[in-house]
Design a protein around this ligand. Structure first.
Ligand code: ADP
Ligand code: MG
Length: 281
């Protein structure tokens, strides 16, 4: 009897599919990177602003893009939001979407929100109205402040103002805000459009130290439910956010790593100010 029992057990085992085969069959395919850039070139006339950029950004990252003036950082953001067309190379969103073939408003509609260096808010409208306009416009298309807000939309505006630190200024006119507050308001306007990926170009330029600190907190918070790519000069700010840093130089990626990695990289020290200096300045 015992022998038959063992035989039965063996027979059952033999029919059991291999555990590894099961795991690989049910495991989802690895998610493609949110942004995949390969051999990207941008020419302005005879000048190559980007000369073979390879760059990958995964969903959920808070990535900093640094490098000396003229390195091509803004140009890379311009390609990602459709403002500038690549001359060569590949730019993919979520694996299959070819950003080089799309118009700016189509890219915005896909969930890529871009903030330019100088704040572009509506100075005559209140803080609340600025967010309201951004919330109501289908990404990229302007609509009037006409339709009434639903309770849900009002809640969303309130939550966004809370998030960007302007909850106590809903009725203040945009034009009268401090420079830092204008930048936060514009980040709030981007959030209102519910992007998956935020592209921010030097968001702390011209901010006070206190505003810069508050912005570091804000970006870390936003990165908990968005992917964020930030062009930045201010190394103290980059350190405060302590994330992966991509260093660009002369139209290409020089190196990539943690803040400590790039600060200890000889090549980075050399390209900053063209001499051996750390990029703390
Ligand atoms: P960064 O943001 O890293 O300072 P940019 O991407 O703005 O650098 O610029 C990279 C290079 O491309 C610079 O030399 C700049 O002068 C040049 N450039 C940028 N935009 C244009 C343009 N529209 N026409 C001609 N040259 C440009
Ligand atoms: Mg720039």
């Amino acid at each position: 009897m015992a022998d038959i029992g063992r035989l039965k057990t063996a027979a059952v085992r033999a029919e059991e599919p291999d555990a590894a085969a099961v795991a690989s069959a049910i495991r989802p395919a690895p998610e493609p990177p949110l942004v995949f850039v390969e051999s990207l070139e941008v020419r302005f006339g005879g000048f190559r602003a980007l000369r073979g950029v390879d760059f990958t950004l995964r969903r959920g990252e808070l990535r900093f893009l640094i490098g000396p003036n003229g390195a091509g950082k803004t140009t890379l953001l311009d390609v990602l939001c459709g403002k500038t067309r690549p001359s060569a190379g590949r730019v993919r969103f979520k694996g299959a979407i070819d950003l080089a073939k799309l118009q700016e408003h189509e890219i915005a509609a896909l969930g890529i929100g871009r903030k330019f260096q100088s704040p572009s808010i509506f100075a005559e409208l209140t803080v609340w109205e600025n967010i309201e306009i951004a919330l109501k416009q289908p990404r990229g298309v302007r609509h009037a402040l006409s339709a009434r807000l639903s309770a849900e939309q009002r809640d969303r505006i309130a939550r966004i103002l809370e998030r960007v630190g302007l909850a106590d200024k809903p009725r203040v006119r945009g034009g009268t805000l401090s420079h830092g507050e204008k930048q936060w308001l514009e980040i709030g306007m981007l959030l209102a459009q519910d992007p998956e990926l935020l592209l921010l170009d030097e968001p702390v330029a011209g901010m006070t130290d206190a505003e810069t600190e508050r912005t570091a907190e804000l970006l870390r918070d936003i990165a908990t439910d968005h992917t964020v790519l930030v062009v930045e000069h201010d190394m103290a700010f980059v350190r405060a956010c302590a994330q992966t840093v991509t260093v660009m130089h002369e139209g290409a990626v020089l190196c990539e790593g943690s803040v400590a990695d790039v600060q200890n990289d000889e090549r980075v020290a050399e390209v900053y100010l063209g001499r051996r200096a750390d990029p703390h300045a």
